[in-house]
Design a protein around this ligand. Structure first.
Ligand SMILES: [Zn+2]
Length: 507
């Protein structure tokens, strides 16, 4: 089946055909960096990351660009509150962004352009728009003249009359028409400002995406993505600027938008106090579980955040992880060589698995239906469990070879969704301090011998603690072994004693 994508521009599902055969050029609007990212940002990040991963799985080379809006009214206001330079504040939150996005397994973009690094190019576009007569100056500000661009409204499907009715009543008197939007803002005292032919100022928000997407991907690139709240006015304005400037269309060929996150069926918003930032959620939920939850609903539908939904995501994700662990257990770490003939049952099992892989691909080909793709993975897991848990199950070389292939399929499908477990088993440096405190308290109370000095790396320190606990268990000193287990649990590291030794995972 070929890949079908719902295009906001044409309001229908279309076959996806990139402009060049093997390459997809993709631009996604990134965050305004004045705060930690929230759950709504995370949904867009994970949705477009998954789309990118699936395109890569299909063999495309994907050139992925995601911007940072690092100058904006919100950044300036927040910087004033925090008594910080706006550009320093933006820089700080770009670093924080990468911490959260990396945790959520969002692959880094090929380019992460920043608005403040492209001021010269933005000035060029404003100059061009003025020359073409689709923009005008008023008191040091430059506005885009919406009625001079005939295609305005084609993305959102709104007529000018509807947009007028929706336009805010407080009309900026410098605008000739309430529909017009700002391209360049004259500087106010104390704000960051850049020189321009119209005096000191800074770019309007919409301008940066028209400029940076075309700079890195070329005009007429394949996919433009973002949250559905960006369709109007942000993306409508991006199209107007880029197409009026170039005198051609389309600026971008497929427009993809993800739906809202709701909280207990209400819109998530700061004013309602039901606003969740990813950093807080990651304290309580493993990143894979959060990512599973974000992909559990089709990307265009609203996604409802409730504790029950997250708990259900955790349970479901554990099932997928168990299937992979089972496959790893029976296949071992060596590569298997093809050997001997498959029994009828084993051949039927292999065919069932291939059918599930096709089911997964069909789901993703149908406008990236991750909910159905996950269902295909559960079906695949059921086949695996059924086959391995049969009473007469034996690992002949031929069967082992088949299972190694199945393991590879299963893992590569999990990877499309960014859900391969284990990557987050890497202990981040932020665990170092908490582990140290546990070790110091054990040492000071004389309860255990630990290396001196204590290892710096959290992973090595955890191994040392686990060794002490194993020794305590061997000596039936359960007070000590339980104390270590409970202290680790308090900082989010869960131990599981299995026949193959102790396993740990992050909550
Ligand atoms: Zn944008």
């Amino acid at each position: 089946m070929s890949l079908k994508v719902y295009n906001t521009l044409t309001k229908q599902k279309e076959e996806f055909v990139p402009a060049s055969t093997h390459q997809v050029r993709m631009y996604v609007c990134g965050p305004t960096t004045y705060n930690y990212i929230h759950l709504g940002n995370a949904r867009a990040l994970v949705v477009f990351d998954t789309i990118r991963r699936y395109l890569m799985y299909k063999g495309y080379r994907v050139c992925y660009v995601q911007n940072f809006t690092d100058i904006d009214d919100k950044i300036i206001a927040r910087a004033q509150e925090e008594q910080e330079e706006p550009l320093d504040l933006a820089e700080r939150y770009i670093k924080e962004y990468f911490r959260d996005a990396d945790a959520l397994r969002v692959l880094r973009a090929n380019v992460h352009p920043r608005a403040t690094e492209h001021i010269g190019e933005m000035i060029e576009m404003v100059r061009g728009l003025l020359e073409k007569g689709v923009a005008y100056e008023a008191g040091g500000d430059i506005y885009f003249s919406v009625r001079r661009f005939p295609g305005y409204g084609k993305l959102s499907g709104r007529t000018l009359e509807e947009m007028l009715a929706g336009a805010r009543v407080e009309v900026d008197r410098r605008k000739r028409d309430p529909l017009d939007f700002v391209l360049w803002k004259a500087a106010k005292p104390g704000e960051p400002a850049w020189d321009s032919p119209w005096g000191k100022g800074r770019p309007g928000w919409h301008l940066e995406c028209s400029v940076m997407s075309v700079k890195y991907l070329g005009f007429g690139f394949d996919i433009h993505g973002g949250g559905s709240d960006l369709i109007f006015p942000h993306h409508e304005n991006e199209i107007a600027q880029a197409e009026a400037f170039k005198g051609e269309e389309p600026f971008a060929r497929y427009w993809i938008h993800n739906g809202f996150v709701t909280v207990n069926d209400e819109k998530m918003s700061k004013s309602l106090g039901n606003f969740f930032i990813v950093r807080d959620l990651l304290q309580e939920w493993p990143p894979e579980v959060l990512r599973f939850f974000l992909l559990s609903t089709h990307y265009r539908s609203p996604l409802d955040y409730t504790l029950e939904n997250l708990a259900a995501a955790r349970k479901s994700y554990t099932r997928l992880r168990n299937t992979l662990e089972l496959l790893e257990e029976v296949t071992g770490s060596q590569e298997a060589v093809p050997a001997g003939r498959l029994s009828r049952e084993a051949a039927a099992f292999r065919d069932q698995v291939l059918a599930r892989v096709a089911e997964f691909e069909d789901a993703m080909d149908d406008d990236f239906n991750t909910a159905l793709a996950l269902a295909a993975l559960f079906n695949l897991g059921r086949e695996v469990n059924g086959f391995i848990n049969r009473e007469d199950f034996k690992t002949t070389p031929a069967i082992r070879h088949t299972l190694v292939r199945v393991r590879r399929y299963f893992k590569s499908l999990l990877d499309v969704l960014g859900l391969v477990p284990g990557e987050s088993r890497e202990l981040r440096m932020d665990y170092a301090q908490a582990l140290r405190e546990i070790a110091v308290s054990l040492k000071e109370s004389g309860a255990a011998q630990l290396p001196e000095p204590l290892p710096e790396a959290p992973q090595v320190l955890l191994d040392a603690l686990l060794k002490v606990r194993q020794e305590a268990r061997a000596q039936k000193n359960y007070r000590l072994s339980d104390r270590i287990r409970d202290s680790l649990k308090k900082i989010g590291i869960i131990l599981e004693d299995t026949p193959r030794g102790v396993r740990w995972r992050l909550v």
